[in-house]
Design a protein around this ligand. Structure first.
Ligand code: NAD
Length: 452
């Protein structure tokens, strides 16, 4: 990654200067490596609630040393703070202050995970005190994420009605948020609204036996996604425009997958993907709608070609393909449990100057995911969106230096993310361990101030 500032503040002189001037001090993030332990140190579980008991059991099972009360002079790799069963904001304080007391004892690249019940759950729709308590946890978690140091993150799990932390989807979310797979995810929430899902037998091969289709796989984030899904055990199918055929073939050959040169805006794109999976692999379990384009212009200068092409590639093609994948005549290749992830963007959340077309297309896919979720749930599947922030790619390397520096620093981790960070979040969401999360958008943006 071309980040001269990051390299400078990592040096002895740079560190001293940055500290004296109060400049951002990014640290090398802990990223997932197969076979590595989940955490490199003990975890503290706070709250004494049923979720806290489940967290302690799960962590112990994952080989982590667990403590339930703070010991002086211990460096904690993670804290899990549980707020389940709380029905008034007056009851939050004790655990929060306990959590606050441990912050100076956190190791580099630590994790804080808050666990609470979902503020949107039907059971508290007419209970102001309980909803205030649950919603209060979101503000506290987001603020703490801004206060974390040295690569540390803070995120939350929101449990739906009747869902305990020991439900597979909740346990899967906990493991993801503690792991190096969530390196660039901070200040975010994973709502786990059902007890659906399954933890993998081998946490390093969660996608074993699955066939995964990734669009726009020839380069950039798409190439990282297809490599990550293959690493996690999936048989991969890469799709990209015929003009990118050579690089697409190079990527999929390296992974033992197959290539399908195809423009996804074609009317029959969905049918052609299904036919490829049927004839070459016999099934299709996962789809990642990653292909996307930008055609930036201020709205005053926008023309029909720029507007239409962005909407056609980024949103309309997905609507058409999903319809084909969910059709009755696709059932021979698309079995139960189809998992789809679509690529949104923080521009679609906060808006971005010069990007009315792109932002419309990206907020559009978040809506698409929310409204397709019930259709997939009825068949044991899920669809979620991932919204990347500033990711170090060829695209962002071309942004003028000053704008680029601002873009990559204005987040809680003071650095840009990598394509792998986006790929890891997607690999989690398409795994059965995320089976309890549906119709949601997960930001992978280091808690960018933009759209916070
Ligand atoms: P990229 O331009 O490097 O790669 C996109 C790929 O999609 C290319 O290989 C391209 O050939 C392919 N593609 C484009 N139109 C296609 C079509 N009609 N049919 C088939 N393939 C097509 O982009 P990237 O930076 O890797 O971004 C990947 C996704 O992530 C996009 O949806 C993008 O909007 C989103 N995203 C990127 C960033 C970032 O910082 N790079 C931030 C937020 C969101």
């Amino acid at each position: 990654m071309n980040d001269p500032y990051g390299t400078f503040v990592d040096s002895a002189v740079g560190k001293r200067l940055a500290k004296a001037l109060g400049l951002p001090m990014p640290v090398q993030l802990r990223r997932h490596t197969p076979g590595a332990p989940l955490l490199e140190g003990p975890a503290l579980v706070l709250g004494g609630t049923p979720a806290a008991e489940a967290a302690a059991r799960l962590l112990t099972g994952w080989g982590v040393e667990v403590q339930t009360s703070r010991a002086e002079s211990v460096k904690y790799a993670a804290v899990v703070a549980c707020f389940d069963g709380i029905d008034t904001p007056a009851a939050i304080g004790e655990t929060v202050l306990d959590l606050g007391g441990t912050l100076r004892q956190l190791a580099t690249n630590s994790r804080v995970v808050t666990v609470a019940e979902d503020p949107e759950a039907a059971s508290v729709a007419e209970d102001p005190a309980a909803r205030a308590a649950r919603q209060g946890i979101t503000g506290l978690t987001r603020s703490l994420a801004h206060e974390m140091r040295a690569g540390g993150t803070a995120n939350g799990i929101q449990l739906g009605d009747g869902v305990g932390l020991d439900a597979p989807g909740a346990a899967g979310a906990l493991r993801f948020l503690l792991s190096g797979r969530s390196a660039y995810v901070s200040g975010q929430f994973l709502p786990v609204t059902t007890t659906a899902g399954r933890l993998p037998e081998d946490p390093d091969r969660p996608l074993a036996g699955k066939v995964a289709v990734v669009t726009g796989a020839a380069r950039g984030i798409g190439a990282a996604i297809i490599r990550t899904l293959a690493r996690d055990g999936a048989t991969v199918v890469g799709v990209d425009v015929p003009a990118a055929g050579e690089s697409l073939t190079a990527v999929v050959n390296e992974l033992g997958g197959t290539a399908l040169p195809l423009d996804i805006t074609a009317e029959d794109a969905g049918a052609r993907i299904l036919e490829h999976c049927r004839s070459r692999h016999g099934r299709m379990d996962i789809v990642v709608h990653n292909a996307g384009i930008t055609r930036d212009k201020m709205l005053a200068n926008m023309d029909a070609a720029r507007w239409d092409s962005v909407l056609a590639v980024n949103t309309l093609s997905q609507l058409r393909m999903n319809e084909a994948f969910l059709a009755e005549d696709a059932k021979d290749v698309v079995g139960e449990g189809l998992r789809i992830v679509t690529l949104a963007s923080t521009s679609g959340i906060a808006g971005n100057r010069g990007q009315t077309n792109y932002a419309a297309s990206k907020s559009g896919v978040m809506g698409l995911a929310a409204a397709t979720a019930p259709l997939l749930a009825a068949r044991g599947g899920t669809i979620n969106a991932v919204a990347p922030g500033f990711i170090e790619t060829e695209m962002t390397a071309k942004i003028p230096l000053l704008t680029r520096e601002v873009g990559r620093r204005i987040n809680s981790l003071s650095q840009g993310g990598t394509p792998v960070d986006v790929a890891e979040a997607i690999a989690f969401l398409v795994s059965d361990a995320a089976g309890g999360t549906n119709g949601n958008t997960l930001r992978v943006c280091g808690q960018a101030m933009m759209g916070a």
